[in-house]
Design a protein around this ligand. Structure first.
Ligand SMILES: *[C@@H]1O[C@H](CO)[C@@H](O)[C@H](O)[C@H]1NC(C)=O
Ligand SMILES: *[C@@H]1O[C@H](CO)[C@@H](O)[C@H](O)[C@H]1NC(C)=O
Ligand SMILES: *[C@@H]1O[C@H](CO)[C@@H](O)[C@H](O)[C@H]1NC(C)=O
Ligand SMILES: *[C@@H]1O[C@H](CO)[C@@H](O)[C@H](O)[C@H]1NC(C)=O
Length: 268
């Protein structure tokens, strides 16, 4: 498997566009395995303040269906987050340093001291995905409705009131990207919904500069602006995506979590 990845990487010589290090290359990059034997690691998120990765995985033969794992990328220490019912989603308010975790009965806040989650009084719904950009955006499992929690009040995202949305992301220009089973869409500044493409998206994420990225089963893309999408890399079997503070891609496969360590020797 790893050999396959290296061959794919060696045939690529791409540079990353709108990144901190514009000349980072995939040519001499490595793939590092961060976690193995977790069934279907799905939603991934990185807290760049502490360089901690959060990801959810499926439990088999148990009453609870999902759990969230924290993994300190500095020392590889990891554990399960306690105190949350069916943990599935994660996002970080970097400025105020709040790690939000989504469960089957609402939204929680992660406590680094106790490694447990405290439930917040935001919603009772089961959370599918979350994205923080100035405010906390989230989608509801099964219903595929998008909400935003703003100034202590949770309400449906106005622009998406009449559409299904299972995944949501917001860029620096306040464009709202969303995905449902029909593909990828954007609600831009004139509040009209535009179709970007028929991508079957399994994860949205952003880097520390607020650039939006997404993954499908075999590719990672970035959104340049509006409806313009750029393919970054082709990999095998991607289930979720996050970006660490250094701009490396962290992605999951059917039972592992891996990091694509970029070659930054050409960066100034
Ligand atoms: C992963 O699971 C396989 C099969 O059960 C086992 O052989 C292997 O030792 C496990 N690896 C780790 C790192 O737990
Ligand atoms: C939780 O939020 C609801 C709606 O905003 C409010 O009516 C209720 O008093 C809050 N409960 C607590 C314990 O703060
Ligand atoms: C996905 O969203 C688009 C845009 O709002 C909408 O036209 C389409 O019907 C939605 N797909 C589903 C399956 O609801
Ligand atoms: C990236 O490479 C180009 C072409 O070699 C060079 O002009 C540019 O200064 C480099 N940028 C950085 C940030 O090193």
């Amino acid at each position: 498997m790893n050999l396959f990845f290296y061959i794919v990487l060696l045939t690529l010589d791409q540079t990353l566009g709108n990144r901190n290090c514009e000349n980072a290359s995939f040519k001499n990059s490595e793939i590092e395995t961060l976690a193995i034997n977790f069934t279907m690691p799905y939603q991934l998120g990185v807290d760049p303040n502490t360089n901690t990765l959060f990801f959810s995985y499926s439990l088999q033969n148990s009453e609870e269906s999902f759990k969230i794992v924290y993994l300190d990328l500095n020392n590889q220490k990891r554990g399960e987050v306690t105190g949350i019912s069916g943990g599935f989603a994660q996002t970080v308010d970097v400025k105020n340093h709040v790690v939000y975790l989504g469960g089957s009965d609402g939204i929680y806040q992660f406590n680094y001291e106790t490694k447990s989650a405290n439930r917040l009084n935001i919603t009772k719904n089961s959370i599918w995905q979350m994205f923080f950009k100035d405010y906390l955006y989230y989608t509801i499992s099964l219903k595929e409705e998008a909400y935003v929690y703003k100034d202590g009040v949770a309400a449906k995202v106005k622009q998406l009131e009449n559409t299904r949305a299972s995944l949501i992301a917001v860029d620096n220009n306040h464009n709202i990207y969303f995905a449902n089973s029909s593909g990828l869409y954007v609600s831009d500044n004139d509040n009209s919904i535009k179709h970007i493409g028929d991508y079957i998206i399994n994860g949205f994420t952003s880097d520390i500069n607020g650039n939006i990225f997404f993954s499908t089963l075999d590719k990672i893309y970035s959104i340049i602006s509006g409806t313009s999408v750029k393919q970054i890399i082709e990999l095998n079997d991607i289930h979720g995506l996050a970006i660490d503070a250094k701009g490396n891609y962290i992605y999951s496969t059917y039972n592992t979590v891996k990091r694509l360590k970029l070659d930054v020797t050409n960066c100034s």
